[in-house]
Design a protein around this ligand. Sequence first.
Ligand code: ADP
Ligand code: ADP
Length: 235
Amino acid sequence: MNFIKLENVSKTYKNLTVLKNVTMEIEKGEFVGILGPSGCGKSTLLTLISGLEKISSGHLKNNSTKRKSAFVFQDSCLMPWKNLEQNIAIPLEILNTPQKEISEKVNKYLQILDLQKFKKHFPRELSGGMKMRASIARALITDPEVILMDEPFAALDQILRERLADEIYEIYLKKKLTSVFVTHNIAEAVSLCNRIYIFSAHPGKIIGQIKIEKDKSSIKNYRNSEDFHKNCVKI
Ligand code: ADP
Ligand code: ADP
């Protein structure tokens, strides 16, 4: 089933065409990459899929119910005046979830992302890796149907990137959560995604698509550059 479908979608800001005739389909449970150079409209595409911005022309269908697309931004976007557990609780507070359920869920996701020890810390006291993990916990806490990740590793060094990627993939395997991952890093896209749309810039449009056959449960198996090509099929 097409979970998210775009047909000839274009997006124009004033007279700047950022995305042109984008046609793509994302199925339930897929891990789809959006790969392209800076400025090709990847972030814009996520704002269209999530409904934060309106398309200028074409058709877009997102079958996940409202509120069910969760965003992970590249700079984590935590509220500096709230500690970690308060930050993670924000979406549930907005939904008026009972306090008992909030604290159960916050504890569950603090545990999943290995943040329990830091729950009383404020963002300024935490490393980039921990802030990104908190931002992922905050996205997952509402049980979204789709998670939209905009360069979640941008602020991290290589070791933290790999560790966080492992965690994201593990969560994906457990939940089979429909995932859209924006990046300009091909190795990261190949290691995480089942399918990748490749974009060119000015205006952003799709120039190719690759499918990655995955039969192993750990993405470590897909990091080795020699393996990339074996598992990629141009479609
Ligand atoms: P990417 O994520 O691939 O780097 P973006 O989607 O952030 O690309 O941006 C694509 C282009 O759209 C850029 O030239 C950017 O300046 C422009 N752009 C993005 N958002 C807006 C906006 N709200 N108003 C005007 N221009 C925008
Ligand atoms: P990550 O962000 O992925 O946890 P770091 O290298 O930033 O990786 O942190 C490594 C370890 O340093 C953490 O697991 C934690 O034990 C410790 N640490 C980092 N920041 C703090 C802090 N503000 N207070 C206490 N311990 C910290």
